[in-house]
Write a protein of this length. Structure first.
Length: 90
């Protein structure tokens, strides 16, 4: 486990969330969508840019993003791919 993953594991434990890991290759795009729950995303490798009505937010290893329920967003994976951990609050 990398030091970034160890830090992420501590964060999810503190937040009382169970992390789910996901990865995508370079340039992968998520279309515009919303979620009915709050979402915590932590980048553990690579990079991803989330596109929101308030502007773009780029995550690199160790960065955190909290998306409130109903937040409209899309995302574009960076040139080296990405691995993130996420957890949901209902």
């Amino acid at each position: 486990m990398s030091s970034i993953e160890a830090q992420a594991a501590e964060l999810f434990q503190r937040e009382r969330l169970t992390p789910k890991a996901w990865s995508n290759g370079p340039g992968f795009r998520y279309g515009t969508h919303t979620h009915p729950y709050a979402k915590l995303v932590v980048c553990v490798a690579g990079s991803i840019t989330f596109h929101t009505p308030d502007g773009d937010i780029t995550l690199t290893p160790g960065d955190r993003l909290d998306l409130p329920p109903g937040t409209t967003h899309s995302a574009t994976v960076g040139p080296d791919g990405v691995t993130c951990w996420e957890g949901h609050r209902h």
